[in-house]
Design a protein around this ligand. Structure first.
Ligand code: CMC
Length: 429
């Protein structure tokens, strides 16, 4: 075999195996040929948190964690945040190219005309208790949408997939806004197709009884950037969930509900909520050093810090931090900003965090902006789920066209009992 290969000597048998290397990876299935004996199943890899396993070939998002690089379809995230709109970025993620003017108008029109929710879905959302966590409502409502669009089970039809993609991108904003309104006990605002995606979302969230609601351009701009930054992040926990469920050919609403459930956890998208809870618990800048000491003793985590992939800085966090000040100039700063700045300052100079390469991630500052926009803490993860739905759908569509697509079915190392005889209940101690 040529140079692009790996030679493995199995010391149990003395046999040498040549395994091809393609794109810097070996195929795990090639290791199956490595057997200690005739009845041996073959070698497996053990990687419970998928720390070093590529599960997809994807052309959507490029991420270099050491260099702090994030690109969608080749475009640096900084350029998209500066020049693009969320709708345009959504088109880019789904179709792979930036749209021309006509394509963008048609796309925005199509998405806008899928924002209305079936009254059954609306009634379902209204039936949750007002105190239900908005993410529980979001997950439940998205899953229920599958029942309203049974055609979405035709997952092998590319035209149908695109139709569902447009429905999902249009409806997640409405579902997200409704979770907020019922949480507050306020009447729902139906979508208004005269506004663009972000303006419409802000209107559904914030319109009270004014006849005309005009979203503030500063908030529209800020939300555009936040939505762009959250739109995709390659094979993270929730996106992998989308792919795993989708691999069984479940409809995309069911897969997306699963992805949203994965996002809800505090180590993933739920971190933006957890950051605010942490800042509130610390309560004053004077208490920051004691909190940091507690983190170093393993009593708590510094939420909004650290990342599986970024080991230098999170480029999304840097953009958000800069933008936060523009938003605060308009809304007034979050009361917790000083605590956050103090935490960041101490952590960035402390050996514990430096040696573990722990830096602020996207969630450290986004919550402060949402708080300044007067949003309650428990809605923050929904604000992540809405734009990330674009990435989930783009990754699902890509996967459905992948010639390597098969149902995901990992292996295990069995650690339980050997075969044993059933004992009748009377004979058990
Ligand atoms: N605070 C304190 N210590 C930490 C933190 C933290 N936030 N994150 C990691 N560590 C320590 C960890 O205890 C371990 O220390 P030691 O080597 O002494 O055992 C070391 O750093 C390595 O951490 P790890 O747990 O192996 O890292 P991971 O790659 O498995 O976890 C993470 C990544 C994001 C789950 C983790 O950093 C974390 O829990 N951060 C806080 C939650 C958070 O902000 N999540 C949002 C991530 S960005 C949004 C998204 O895309 O999901």
């Amino acid at each position: 075999m040529g140079k692009d290969s790996l030679s493995i000597t199995d010391n149990r048998t003395g046999k040498v195996y040549e395994i091809p290397i393609v794109d810097g990876t070996i195929r795990a299935i090639d290791l199956r040929a490595i057997k200690a004996g005739k009845d041996d199943f073959g070698l497996l890899t053990y990687d419970p948190a998928l720390l070093n396993t590529a599960t997809a070939r994807s052309a959507i998002t490029y991420l270099d964690g050491d260099a702090g690089i994030l690109r969608y379809r080749g475009y640096p995230i900084e350029q998209l945040a500066a020049h693009s709109t969320f709708m345009e970025t959504a088109y880019l993620l789904i179709f792979g190219q930036l749209p021309n003017k006509i394509q963008l108008e048609q796309w925005a029109f199509d998405i806008n005309h899928h924002t209305l929710l079936h009254t059954n879905a609306q009634r379902l959302i209204e039936s949750f208790r007002h105190s239900a966590h908005p993410m529980s409502v979001f997950i439940g409502a998205i899953s229920a949408l599958g029942s309203l669009y049974p055609d979405s089970r035709h997952t092998h039809d590319p035209e149908n997939r695109l139709l569902q993609a447009k429905r999902i991108i249009g409806k997640v904003a409405t579902v997200g806004a409704f979770t907020y309104r019922i949480n507050q006990g306020w009447p729902l605002n139906l979508p208004d197709d005269e506004l663009d995606y972000i303006g419409n979302y802000l209107r559904m969230m914030f319109r009270m009884n004014e006849h005309h609601y005009y979203p503030d351009p500063i908030l529209v701009k800020a939300l555009n950037v936040l939505f762009i930054l959250h739109a995709d992040h390659e094979q993270n926990c929730s996106t992998s969930t989308m792919r795993v469920i989708g691999s069984s050919q479940a409809d995309p609403y069911s897969s997306l509900a699963g992805a949203a459930a994965a996002l809800y956890g505090p180590l993933h998208g739920g971190a933006n909520e957890a950051v605010l809870t942490m800042l509130e618990q610390i309560g004053a800048t004077g208490r920051v050093p004691a909190f940091i000491d507690g983190v170093k003793r393993g009593e708590a985590k510094l939420m909004g810090f650290g990342h599986r992939v970024y080991k230098n800085f999170d480029p999304r966090g840097q953009i958000i931090k800069k933008m936060a000040h523009e938003v605060f100039a308009f809304t007034g700063a979050s009361p917790l900003l000083d605590i956050a700045l103090k935490l960041e300052e101490i952590a960035l100079h402390d050996e514990y965090f430096i040696s573990r390469k722990l830096y602020p991630n996207v969630d450290f500052y986004s919550g402060l902006i949402y708080q300044a926009m007067k949003l309650p803490t428990n809605i923050f993860t929904v604000m992540f789920a809405i734009p990330r739905s674009v990435g989930w759908v783009a990754q699902w569509m890509e996967m459905m066209e992948d010639e390597d697509l098969k149902i995901v079915r990992p292996r295990q190392i069995y650690t339980g009992e050997e075969e044993r005889e059933y004992t009748m209940i009377e004979e058990r101690k």
